[in-house]
Design a protein. Structure first.
Length: 216
């Protein structure tokens, strides 16, 4: 059964780790799974990702960020996500449209309505069936980033206030649309986060299955 799941959250929330652990759990249950990320997921998207994350591009405008992310997304949907869904796969995507609304909208101050219109154009109206918000306080996420040993990127250098605005937008979006969002406390042990996330995905699969069968 097809299902499009996006994963959102502040820096250091553990999205890529959770996705990596969900893949075999879903495959064991007989599902075909495609895991991907944004910005990226295609050759063009990965090239754009390098531009966006490179630390020395500190002069980049918020508008440039939004347009580059959206350009990568358009390629990603056409080349990876839409074909996978058409093949009845479960797509697990590390960040999608909501990251642009949170980072370039709430974080950078661009208008949300304008960004939503841009995303609808780029995705041809495709939105996730389920969005998992892995939530951690900003200070915990930043500490995890520093402890990971991974190279820091341009967004890691942003002020704490920027990351707080991003987190608040995610939390508000999840509260306002509980039908699509599932909030997961990502400060608990990793195994618990994976279990709660897997349960959320399986519940949505069952819900979509009921709709497909036309059951009351």
């Amino acid at each position: 059964m097809t299902l499009f799941v996006s994963f959102e959250g502040p820096e250091g929330a553990g999205k890529s780790t959770v996705i990596r652990r969900l893949i075999p759990a879903l495959q064991k249950r007989g599902h075909d799974v495609v895991a991907t990320r944004e910005p990226g997921g295609t050759d063009i998207g990965e090239a754009i990702r390098r531009i966006l994350l490179t630390s020395h591009h500190h002069a980049m405008l918020a508008e440039t960020e939004a347009l580059l992310n959206t350009a990568a997304r358009a390629q990603h949907v056409a080349e990876v996500i839409a074909p996978a869904l058409a093949s009845d796969c479960i797509v697990l995507c590390d960040r999608f449209v909501d990251s642009t609304l949170a980072y370039q909208g709430a974080g950078r101050g661009l208008t949300i309505d304008g960004l939503i219109g841009l995303q609808s154009f780029a995705t041809r109206g495709l939105w996730p069936d389920l969005t998992i918000l892995l939530d951690v306080p900003v200070e915990i996420g930043q500490a995890r980033r520093l402890a990971s040993g991974e190279p820091l990127n341009r967004f890691d250098a942003d002020a704490v206030g920027f990351h707080e605005r991003v987190r608040r937008w995610f939390l508000r979006a999840a509260e306002e649309d509980p039908g699509r969002w599932r909030l997961i406390d990502a400060t608990v042990p990793e195994g618990d986060v994976v279990r709660m996330t897997l349960n959320a995905v399986l519940e949505r699969l069952e819900f979509e299955g009921v709709l497909a069968r036309g059951e009351p």
